[in-house]
Write a protein that binds this ligand. Structure first.
Ligand code: UGY
Ligand code: MN
Length: 263
């Protein structure tokens, strides 16, 4: 890895990467190539911008490492924006505009609806790692999304399209039109795969939580592993095989939902 494990400086081998960028179609950002960005509001936090409008996404994703004293007291999100955070490792205190705080452990997550800022504070001395998302909310008359605080372990996964060795967690409500997107986790046991190559209207930003796999993006196969990020634009063909011999290939990902594409 690069900055994420402090493995910087000259290397013995040639410079090479598995990263692949096809703007407005798909992108793989490998963990080795991520750089540390400075984002206003984040203090004592190493943060990388992942998917963004510059890549062709309608959202921005980030991977953040809150170090000791790491926080954001200016607030993440704001007018017109909805936000989501998923804690990968550690303890993160997430607060709202009313000063209500929740401590999220690994697998904990929070969704804040449009206009409600999210404030962060590392809840431990050790580093806390979290995946962050923000997107302009698309309102629907008569419906409203609401704040969600949850934990992956409290959600019962379902067999993904009937396949028992591929599990799907729906992290946000699936039956509430106030939500214009959802977050899910998909986990494929070694050897499991999608049942077909999906081609759909919705976009995804996916952060790989465990395992290894071969991912098909627009009919090209790429090796991917834990710590990689994948952007899939609208209509990009997509599917994966889990190829690690012991660990499932699992990723947390966003998907827009519940809106008419218009004309
Ligand atoms: O929900 C999805 O569209 C998901 N199955 N896509 C994906 O894994 N690339
Ligand atoms: Mn999909």
């Amino acid at each position: 890895m690069g900055y994420k494990n402090n493995n910087t400086g000259f290397r013995d081998g040639l410079l090479e990467t598995r990263s692949m960028i096809k703007k407005n179609n798909y992108a793989i950002l490998t963990h080795d190539g991520l750089v540390n960005n400075l984002i206003p509001g984040f203090e004592n936090t190493r943060i990388s911008i992942l998917g963004s409008p510059r890549m062709g996404a309608s959202f921005s994703d980030f991977i953040a490492e809150f170090e000791e004293g790491g926080k954001n007291i200016l607030g993440f999100g704001g007018p017109g924006i909805e936000t989501f955070v998923y804690v990968i490792k550690g303890a993160l205190i997430v607060s709202d505009d009313n000063g209500k705080s929740d401590q999220l452990a690994s697998g904990g997550y929070a969704f804040f609806p449009v206009n409600e800022k999210m404030y962060f504070e590392n809840g431990q001395k050790e580093t806390t790692e979290a995946f962050l998302y923000q997107r302009a909310y698309e309102p629907l008359a008569g419906h409203q999304a609401h704040k969600v605080i949850g934990d992956k372990d409290a959600v019962t996964p379902i067999a993904y399209e009937g396949m028992e060795d591929a599990l799907l967690w729906n992290l946000l409500p699936t039956d509430d039109l106030g939500f214009d997107m959802n977050f899910h986790i998909l986990s494929f046991q070694p050897g499991a795969s999608h049942g077909y190559i999906e081609t759909h209207y919705q976009e995804h930003g996916a952060y790989l939580l465990s395992g290894k796999g071969m991912y098909n993006l627009d009919n090209n196969w790429y090796p991917v592993e834990k710590g990689d990020y994948i952007f899939m634009a609208a209509y990009t063909p997509q599917a994966a095989y889990a190829t690690d011999r012991t660990e499932p290939l699992a990723y947390v990902y966003s998907k827009d939902a519940n809106r008419n594409p218009g004309v």
